[in-house]
Design a protein around this ligand. Structure first.
Ligand SMILES: C[S@@+](CC[C@H](N)C(=O)[O-])C[C@H]1O[C@@H](n2cnc3c(N)ncnc32)[C@H](O)[C@@H]1O
Length: 465
């Protein structure tokens, strides 16, 4: 990374985009770390973020344009050169406030600094200036194949467009693809044990942030212009936490109440445990587990910041049985690892990950669900949740589970309007329909008459340390 003194918003964007391609880094994690280290002011940090996310959201379309003006296809270029070119084309095609000449010059300078090839800057200059002359008549994407047209226009790989069209039909799939490329709002949930929505609105406005109430979810606010949220006293003193409405709705569907004993089986970084603890007025007990020991601290520090004493974090594999948990919980939440295709708005690079390893996810999800079902007391509730939109990780996992577990049934739940009563006991939230992250959850009730002896499962576990 370049020295702190000279690093600019565009350099941070370039470094992040290159790291995503070279090392498979997640853009949000890399970018946040780079921004912290570079200590950019709020305006430059916002520009670096917009550039980085804008390029990722439109990468295939930018490469389509570049391919029309460059004799070398973008995929054959050196990574730093390709990323610098994409940055310039993104600014020219999407950001009206940046003059094309500035976008070109800045990227040519980046290529001079970051390319190994001394001739690359001159070649980039030629390609970008040719493209700049055609900004009013950029090449049109071929419409003959609707899948390829949508894939290029909205920069989603063909396999993903095919899945979305299969689930929604072409018109609604296009609405979803469009929503995936929109800037998501920052949503925060009020810690009602420490403040009220009204007081927090007042406090945030005094701190220079623009906050407004979510139109239909109580104690949830949209936030803009706040910069780094973690610097706000209201954050440091635990008066709110960041969480999409979809995740909070999942916890509402689970129905956590004061005094309950709850297991959050896949809990890090802890959002659903925090929502449950607040709903429980911090009365009762929540055991919040995650398989990765390094994530235990995230749950603990979040709970401490929010003043939630009912949460105990542990490092455990939810696939492995623990005898002392058998039938011990009123509510078990299984917010399982998934393909994350519902949160592409927030993690635009998810779409470019290799889909091969995703095939194994339903088996992992089923193994977790099978195991933690044994921890629900007779008459208790099991909530299955994912942040994906793939039927095979959602409804299909629940239906397969129900076939094997005659002592569980889907149970209706009620959420705030406009969602209202979900009679079938399973709900998919869609970014383009609900304005939330894409999410799925199912509420399952264990029968009162369930056998008191736990079902035998594959393996016993030791605490992971
Ligand atoms: C979707 S995230 C959970 C998000 C969390 N519930 C929240 O609301 O903040 C899934 C989590 O499951 C964890 N995980 C993956 N496999 C697991 C397993 N076998 N046992 C327990 N946790 C697991 C991952 O480390 C990850 O933190």
């Amino acid at each position: 990374m370049a020295s702190q003194k000279t690093v600019t918003a565009r350099e941070i964007a370039l470094q992040t985009l290159s790291a995503c391609e070279r090392q498979g880094a997640w853009s949000d994690g890399y970018l946040n770390k780079a921004l912290r280290e570079a200590r950019l002011d709020g305006r430059d940090a916002a520009l670096a973020t917009r550039l980085c996310f804008g390029v990722l959201q439109n990468r295939m379309l930018l490469d389509f344009y570049l391919g029309k003006f460059s004799s070398m296809p973008p995929e054959k270029m050196e990574i730093n050169v390709r990323c610098a070119l994409r940055l310039a084309v993104y600014q020219m095609a999407f950001l009206t406030k940046i003059p094309a000449s500035a976008a070109v010059n800045e990227s040519v300078e980046l290529v001079k600094r970051y390319s190994k090839n001394p001739r690359a800057a001159g070649l980039c200059n030629g390609v970008l200036r040719a493209l700049a002359r055609h900004l009013d008549d950029l090449p049109q994407v071929d419409r003959r194949s609707s899948v390829h047209y949508l894939a290029t226009l909205y920069s989603h790989p063909v396999w993903l467009v095919e899945e979305f069209i299969g689930a929604l039909g072409p018109e609604e799939a296009e609405a979803l693809l469009r929503a995936d490329n929109q800037e998501p709002p920052t949503c925060i949930q009020v810690n009602t044990l420490r403040t009220t929505a009204e007081e927090l609105l007042r406090e945030l406005s005094l701190a220079g942030a623009q906050a407004q109430r979510h139109p239909w979810l109580e104690d949830c606010l949209f936030l803009t212009g706040a910069g780094d949220l973690e610097r706000l006293p209201a954050f440091q003193e635990g008066r709110f936490y960041v969480q999409d409405p979809a995740a909070r709705l999942a916890v509402m569907a689970a129905g956590a109440e004061p005094g309950m004993r709850v297991l959050d089986a896949c809990a890090a970084p802890g959002g659903k445990s925090f929502a449950a603890a607040i709903a429980m007025e911090d009365k009762g007990e929540i055991v919040s587990c995650d398989i990765h020991s390094r994530k235990q601290g995230l749950i603990e520090s979040g709970a401490a910041r929010l003043g939630l004493g009912c949460i105990t974090a542990r490092t455990l594999d939810a696939k492995l049985r623990r005898e002392e948990f058998a039938q011990a919980f009123d509510l078990v939440v299984a917010d399982v690892p998934c393909s994350g295709l519902g949160i592409i708005r927030k993690k635009p690079d998810i779409r470019y990950k290799d889909p091969g390893p995703l095939e194994n996810l339903p088996a992992v999800q089923s193994a977790i669900l099978d195991n933690v079902a044994g921890y629900v007391r007779p008459g208790g509730v099991l909530l299955y949740a994912t942040c994906t939109l793939r039927e095979r990780e959602n409804g299909a996992v629940v239906r397969a589970f129900l076939k094997q577990h005659g002592d569980f049934v889907l149970e209706q739940f009620r959420l705030p309007e406009p969602i209202g009563c979900v009679e079938e006991g399973m709900l998919t939230l869609w970014p383009h329909r609900h304005g939330t992250d894409g999410f799925f959850f199912a509420r399952l009730r264990r029968s009162e008459g369930a056998a008191r002896t736990p079902r035998p499962t594959a393996a016993r576990s030791e605490e992971i340390s």
